[in-house]
Design a protein around this ligand. Structure first.
Ligand code: FES
Ligand SMILES: [Fe+2]
Length: 415
């Protein structure tokens, strides 16, 4: 049985409400199918508009085997390009971020415009047609300050996500923010374990003393059900919507993305130990209230987010291998906020730096235990792990539909 057929069989026969079979978390051939069917086909959050504010600003990102560069073009548009030279394939942009008037390959100096067009290739002989050797384009969209790319030749429709998220995010003006701090940690666990851990707060009380001072562990906050029946959350939505901040829980019909605004504990403003604001200047000039809680946004498979009144924290998940995942966290503040005056970096970043490290340890222990031959899928808590069950259900149904697209492999070929 080939890997795709085996995966399909296991997904079809899985026990609903249980974690996945070991191979989904450990097997490199399964991981390759994850890459091909999800990561190379879906819209992926890669970074923020505000990271590349000026013409020629760029950042690079690796998605599985694909090297990508995202660059601000001459017209102000954002271009995503395959970061692979059309001469002999060298990476063109080597730095994690940088700025360039033109993109020059370091190998033989082929020179590209910011939209990828090849401008100059020295001594290639007469008749060499530069117009045929531009850097290849990647589908790219910007929504509410978030840049998404899609590696597929025929990307799925981005419009439903934009329609859902922009009303929630535009008031927070993340396009005009700046990155106060960024960290990337490597978690030695499969990307789905990183997500499963993120999608519940069953583990919070025992593991996140700092975060638990302000973030509610209530399942109505972390899960996908019941928020509107929670009077505290409903009152919070009403209060925020009255000042023009959409807040009610919304989710796309396939469960890939959703947004909602939740109150923090004890009327906290920010993720600090005291609950007081970490940044004296509000994130957005359009929001004139401090106690707006946290706007949560999830988009599988790459990002979860918290937008507060004083700053935003965004997370990007990137798989490295079947058993390693990079998690990049960015702290966004008003672009005029000054470190040392409006905020102290250690106070701004303390809670989530600790929380990320605690989550890393949890995920790594989870991964170690799953590697044991004695591991078998276990039941999610119906009370606390509805969000995890929803994630795994999304993965399972998405993979099944992708694996059967084009008629291959068919169920009858499954032993
Ligand atoms: S590989 Fe880029 S110029 Fe030769
Ligand atoms: Fe956690």
């Amino acid at each position: 049985m080939d890997t795709r057929t085996e995966m399909l069989s296991r997904l079809r026969n899985r026990k609903p409400g249980y974690s996945l079979d070991q191979a989904f978390y450990t097997d490199p051939t399964y991981h390759q199918v994850d890459l091909e069917q999800i990561w190379y086909k879906d819209w992926l959050f890669v970074g923020h508009d505000c990271e590349i504010p000026s013409q020629g600003n760029y950042f690079t990102v690796q998605v599985g085997a694909y090297a990508v560069v995202v660059v601000r073009g001459k017209d102000g548009d954002i271009n995503a390009l395959h970061n692979s030279c059309r001469h002999r394939g060298s990476r063109v942009c080597l730095e994690q971020r940088g700025s360039a008037a033109k993109l020059v390959c370091p190998y033989h100096q082929w020179t590209y415009d910011l939209d990828g067009a090849l401008l100059f290739a020295r001594q290639m002989g007469e008749g060499f047609d530069t117009s045929k050797f531009g850097m290849k384009q990647i589908a790219c969209e910007s929504a509410g300050g978030y840049i998404f790319i899609c590696l597929a030749d025929q990307p799925t429709d981005f419009a439903p996500f934009r329609a859902m998220m922009e009303p929630y995010f535009l008031p927070h003006r993340l396009r005009d923010a700046k990155i106060a701090y960024e960290s990337t940690i490597i978690e030695k666990g499969n990307w789905k374990l990183v997500w499963e851990n993120n999608r519940e707060c069953y583990h919070c009380a025992g593991n996140h003393p700092e975060l638990c001072k302000t973030f509610p562990e209530a399942p109505t906050v972390t899960g996908v059900d019941g928020a509107k029946n929670d009077p505290e959350i409903a009152a919070h939505w009403e209060k925020c919507e009255a000042i023009g901040l959409p807040s009610a829980f919304v989710m796309d019909e396939r469960g890939q993305f959703r947004a909602t605004r939740v109150p923090l504990l004890r009327e906290a403003i920010s993720y600090t130990i005291s609950g007081r604001k970490a940044v004296q200047m509000r994130l957005s000039d359009n929001v004139n209230m401090d106690r707006i809680g946290s706007l949560l946004l999830y988009h599988y498979p790459t990002t979860w987010n918290h937008v507060l009144s004083d700053h935003a924290i965004t997370f990007r998940v990137m798989p490295i291998s079947a058993t390693e995942t990079a998690v990049t966290t960015k702290w966004l503040v008003h672009r005029d906020a000054v470190e040392g005056i409006d905020y102290r970096l250690d106070e701004l970043t303390h809670v989530w730096t600790e929380t990320n490290d605690q989550d890393r340890q949890i995920v790594e222990e989870n991964a170690r235990g799953i590697h044991s031959p004695a591991y078998e899928p276990g039941p999610y808590s119906e009370i606390h792990e509805g969000g995890v069950a929803q994630f795994v259900e999304w993965y399972s149904s998405f993979m099944q539909s992708r694996l059967t697209e084009g008629g291959r492999p068919a169920l009858r070929s499954v032993a």
